[in-house]
Design a protein around this ligand. Sequence first.
Ligand code: HSE
Length: 436
Amino acid sequence: MEAVKVGLLGLGTVGGGTATVLLRNAAEIQARVGRAIKITHVAGLGIANQTIVDPAKVKLTEDAFEVVNNPEVQIVVELIGGYTLAKDLVLKAIENGKHVVTANKALIAVHGPEIMQAANAKGVSVSYEAAVAGGIPIIKAMREGLAANQIQWIAGIINGTGNFILTEMREKGRDFADVLKEAQALGYAEADPTFDVEGIDAAHKLTILSSLAFGINLQFDKTYTEGISKITTEDMKYAEELGYRIKHLGITRKTDKGIELRVHPTLIPAKRLIANVNGVMNAVLVYGDAVGPTLYYGAGAGAEPTASAVVADIIDTVRQIDVPADQKVPLLGFKAGAMRDTPVLSIEDTKTAYYLRMSAEDKPGVLAEVSEVFAEHNISLEAVLQKEPNEGEGAVTLVLLSQRVQERNMNDAIREVEALDAIQGEVVRIRMEHLG
Ligand code: HSE
């Protein structure tokens, strides 16, 4: 059987890893697929200096449109990232009847609806396994392995850079900026690292997972996003004392009123498996009504782990190349005509527990005053920690854990606590989930 011809757009960290894995494991892959997969074209800036593919066998170009317009190329693999050029290239490839594989979470989360519609109309596939949680085959698990279930909720550590930073801060007391620099040097971080630390990258991935879980459209603009740049080692220490760890989680949950879609630092019980996922590793916890909780773990970033997912998508595309489009697994897991319009809830309408830290005057009755505000708002407290004041300081640190409450209600209570004479400055609030 003739080899399937692949055009690669981008030969950076992930593109280089993809070419390396395809070449190194060519025999293994051919044995699995039944035919050879050949990179015939590669586009990238400064491509003449690359040392990964053999220029005698592969056509190299700086113009990515040359690849998507080449009639020989059957599968276009988009690994350049970003929104604009990547979108134009992917839409052009689809228009030209080519199957697409991409690792571009921003592209799928933001322009996914338009891209999926174009692909469905043309009868080609768009695969994006590498877009979420790097090497973990979570898209395949959601679309196929868990297809029997009504998914209840997902909670994931889906940004390797952020997890690496929180782990180093907790374990070694290292400085935030210093760890971020290391993550960049190791090729984990996004071109703009604020995407990692402010939760935008995780929000892109969560948008995709939520769509796959609940059959809703991709709605990145409705995903609540909060980063880790304000997390301190002090809060990590108090959380630890109370039996919790702080992780940057993407959480999506189906409720009676709609779907929660939120990325934020979260206290979770230290005894949970996912609380012990450290460094650049990712993990996604999926709760299905039939299966219960399932946990997927692996490297969330880096050249070859991400390439593992990209190449798996190429293999899947080749295996199904002759299957009629309407008989393939739907691009977002649900048939295009069966997608639902369940509303996505605003963050004020979500329900979660809270960790609260505040600085209070060291005098009798303050704790009672604070507790009274929460009681008036019907908020139950499940733990209170009062730290000894430092010598010469008139303030004590109070740490409270609340039970689950609607965020709007908690916001009102926090405003009232901050207005008490005995409370100094702002109340620090970190959301908390038990993931039981
Ligand atoms: N910057 C991303 C991360 C890369 O750190 O997880 C993988 O998407």
